[in-house]
Design a protein around this ligand. Structure first.
Ligand code: 5GP
Length: 206
């Protein structure tokens, strides 16, 4: 399946800064669209249904699995998360670039379905720094932080299966790296042939 739109999949251990980086990337690049996942977890803070997530019950999630509504789904930190087909297929077929912010299990499932998906793993500069960031965030209990640190080691070990790795030591540098990856995809031959068809025709390029 070679669709005109790009599918970027971003994964990282929690506390790495993935959400802030993706948010900043989307603000800078109006051609990028984010896909809103479904989850069985309850909304946090200011989160709104349909904006951060589609918050649904476990029963509805199970029904959606049975109907084959998800491209991928996974259990993360005890909750279910999934990417619905309708969230991405039509859009990348229509030439739009879509970003998925999902865990590594989902990312590897997506790569099997869309081998052209671009998998990006964001790493923290060190485990010490990750722990400090989780503590600074002040959102989680000690138990949850311990679990996240335990999971982080398992998650980091998956970075080797991703196409690109960005180290988030300095936010601006990591953001620049992400922009560069997105930009490079748009310079690929097939993309340029589509986007610069006039130039290609004038140069008798197929
Ligand atoms: P949070 O509950 O903190 O928003 O997200 C927890 C984890 O679930 C994060 O790693 C996030 O990227 C991941 N996640 C969010 N949506 C999806 C999804 O649709 N599929 C998968 N596999 N993971 C997701």
């Amino acid at each position: 399946m070679d669709y005109p739109g790009n599918l970027f999949v971003v994964s990282a251990p929690s506390g790495t800064g993935k959400s802030s980086l993706v948010k900043a990337l989307l603000e800078l690049d109006s051609r990028l669209q984010v896909s809103v996942s479904h989850t069985t977890r309850t909304p946090r803070g200011q989160e709104q249904n349909g904006r951060e997530y589609h918050f649904i019950s476990k029963d509805l999630f199970s029904e959606m699995i049975e109907h084959g509504d998800f491209f991928e789904w996974a259990e993360v930190h005890g909750n279910l998360y999934g990417t619905s087909r309708s969230a991405i297929e039509e859009r990348i077929k229509g030439g739009e670039d879509v970003v998925l912010e999902i865990d590594w299990q989902g990312a590897l499932q997506i790569k099997k379905i869309f081998p052209n998906a671009i998998l990006i793993f964001i790493l923290p500069p060190s485990y010490e720094e990750l722990l400090q960031r989780l503590n600074r965030r002040g959102e989680d209990s000690q138990e949850v932080i311990d679990l996240r640190m335990h999971n982080a080691r398992i998650e980091v070990a998956q970075a080797q299966y991703f196409d690109f790795v960005v180290v988030n030591a300095l936010f601006e540098t990591a953001l620049f790296d992400l922009k560069t990856i997105v930009h490079a995809q748009r310079l690929k031959y097939a993309a340029q042939r589509r986007n610069k068809s006039g130039v290609f025709k004038a140069l008798n390029l197929l």
